[in-house]
Ligand binder design. Structure first.
Ligand code: NDP
Ligand code: 8X3
Length: 250
């Protein structure tokens, strides 16, 4: 029987590429994000292959998250795979001049949003004693780089929460893993630099960054392993990158 995956942050980048690959491979989809028109366009494209439902909500809105999950039609109510992907960096400033609205956004979206979505879905998984959760962290979950302070903090929290989830959900037979990409060319830097496209594009110049499709491919590999195999923790750099601060540019 076809599985159903819920993907947060499906309107662009890694989430969108994952949705496209899952659809090609027969996984039914619940696509989430705030930008409704993008969700609709993706739904129209992908429902040629699989069943697709969209949920538009802000992961920061605790009630909105629960209401969205409660609104799922019966046919989408069994979520086999949860991809906690929604998230972004906001700003790149030293701690002493950091913007507190940016800090709130990163902690509220990357950490608390991930928790709210998980909280709405995990009880069903526990009841069924089945499920697979992938949390998208970052190499910023493993290292801290200059001016990355709060973003790195939020992703370190994702890493710790992933480990905690794996421990707590072990007895329910639920697989939990973290995937931690390095530099991926998506809208990520555009968001980080608040629409400054030139600054954003510079992040990916002079070397070959990862593409969203590279991460989608890995996510699909992880969720298609046999049940007894749980890929728990995966760090993925572009070949040109050796650490958060070391990138070989031509
Ligand atoms: P994008 O900016 O392309 O995508 C971010 C996605 O998150 C969008 O679909 C956006 O949807 C969604 N999102 C952001 N804020 C909210 C919110 N408040 N409520 C609901 N959805 C939200 O970036 P990426 O694809 O690169 O990022 C995906 C994940 O990968 C993030 O967790 C990021 O931290 C992580 N990552 C990215 C790396 C990179 O270099 N690109 C490297 C390592 C990790 P919408 O705006 O429609 O709500
Ligand atoms: C996104 C990659 O290097 O900007 O998590 O932290 S980086």
């Amino acid at each position: 029987m076809a599985k159903t995956a819920l993907i947060t942050g499906a309107t662009s980048g890694i989430g969108k590429a994952t949705a496209e690959l899952f659809a090609e491979n027969g996984i039914n989809l619940i696509l989430c994000g705030r930008r409704e028109e993008r969700l609709q366009a993706l739904k129209e494209e992908l429902e040629q292959h699989v069943l697709v439902h969209t949920l538009s909500f802000d992961v920061r809105d605790r009630k909105g998250v629960q209401n969205a999950m409660d609104s799922l039609p019966e046919v989408f109510s069994t979520i086999d795979i949860l991809i906690n992907n929604a998230g972004n960096a906001h700003g790149l400033d030293p701690i002493q001049t950091g913007n507190m609205d940016d800090w709130d956004a990163m902690m509220d979206i990357n950490v608390k949003g991930l928790l709210y979505v998980s909280k709405a879905i995990i009880p069903g998984m526990v009841q069924r004693q089945a499920g697979h959760i992938i949390n998208i962290g970052s190499t910023a979950a493993k290292e801290v780089y200059p001016n990355g302070n709060v973003y790195c903090g939020s992703k370190h929290a994702v890493d710790a929460i992933t480990k905690g989830m794996r421990i707590d959900l072990n007895e329910a037979g639920i697989r939990v893993g973290g995937i931690h990409p390095g530099l991926v060319h998506t809208e990520f830097s555009e968001v980080r630099f608040k629409g400054d496209t030139e600054r954003a594009e510079n992040v990916y110049k002079g070397y070959e960054p990862l593409r969203a499709e590279d991460i989608a491919d890995i996510i699909h590999f992880v969720v298609t392993r046999p049940y007894h195999v749980n890929i728990a923790d995966l760090v993925v750099f572009p070949t040109a990158q050796a650490s958060s601060t070391i990138v070989k540019k031509s």
